[in-house]
Ligand binder design. Structure first.
Ligand code: FE2
Length: 279
């Protein structure tokens, strides 16, 4: 259980306008919802019922990264790479979660590994296989989209989705996402209102939004690309940042990297065909 006290909330008056501008700019190539342009109507400031909720840490002066949360007992490494966790016959209300991943200077971060896991509609985790588990990478605009179901409740917790994020060459952030207007939000000691998603009904399904801020240093200009004193290559090694096209050897075989990522235990090339192809 994580009973850490939390730092003060960022000043909403400072963070909303800049974030609204950022989101609008990032969404410029798509249709920009009117709600994203006006500061006060920005997603997370209001719930579907019009009730104000605490603002999630966001891009203001760059010193409020998304807070970490306990991993809990049910994380499994080596999840499949997929943006949809839906499977035929899966019970539950359909849910999409979309958003951006920003660094400390409010620039989007591409290539961030995002590993989601959650309970099924009955509140059960699949610990034998990988049902409702999957990882993906943010795209060139730093955005992500997860298709899944609304997780069920299990004893002692409010409704939540687990996620680990790792920008290239950076430490892993482990945290959880929450749903507004859940009765158990008031009694769950792990719950943190800064991690509330914006959720709205959409024709029998739910649409949620959340933007992450990672502790990734960023100067002016484009998102930094991973750098290292040692060029990737040679034998596959945990902790090394690989880029698409990098070549390694593992177990006497050669592999080519398909997606930029930082190597974690359990992601050995033969185990993660989404990341490595035999050369
Ligand atoms: Fe959980």
């Amino acid at each position: 259980m994580d009973h850490e006290s939390h730092p003060p909330q960022p000043d909403p008056a400072r963070l909303v306008p800049r974030k609204a501008v950022l989101r609008a700019a990032l969404a410029a190539t798509a249709a920009v919802p009117v709600a994203l342009i006006g500061g006060p109507a920005l997603a997370r400031t209001l719930t579907a019922g019009g009730v104000a909720v605490p603002l999630t840490p966001a891009c203001d002066d760059g010193d409020h990264p998304t807070p970490p949360q306990t991993e809990g007992p049910y994380f499994k490494p080596n999840s499949p790479m997929r943006t949809s966790l839906l499977e035929p016959g899966m019970a539950g209300t359909r849910l999409t979660v979309t958003g951006y991943v920003f660094g400390r200077s409010c620039l989007p971060v591409s290539g961030v590994l995002m590993d989601f896991w959650q309970a099924d509609a009955n509140g059960a985790y699949d610990n034998a296989r990988y049902r409702l588990r999957g990882h993906q990478f943010t795209d060139s605009r730093g955005s992500f989209a997860l298709t899944t179901i609304v997780p069920g409740l299990y004893p002692g917790r409010t409704r939540h989705i687990h996620v680990k994020l790792q920008a290239p060459g950076r430490p892993v952030l482990t945290t959880q996402l929450y749903f507004p207007n859940e009765p158990r939000n008031n009694t769950d000691s792990i719950f943190d209102p800064r991690l509330l998603m914006t959720v709205r009904d959409a024709g029998g399904a739910r649409e949620a939004a959340f933007d992450f801020v990672l502790d990734v240093p960023q100067g002016p200009g484009p998102t930094p690309t991973p750098t290292g004193s040692t060029p990737p290559g040679g034998t596959w090694t945990v902790g090394t940042t690989y880029r698409a096209g990098d070549r390694v050897t593992y177990g006497g075989r050669g592999y080519v990297c398909l997606q930029a990522h930082t190597a974690n235990p359990g992601w050995e090339p033969p185990n993660v065909p989404a990341l490595w192809r035999a050369a």
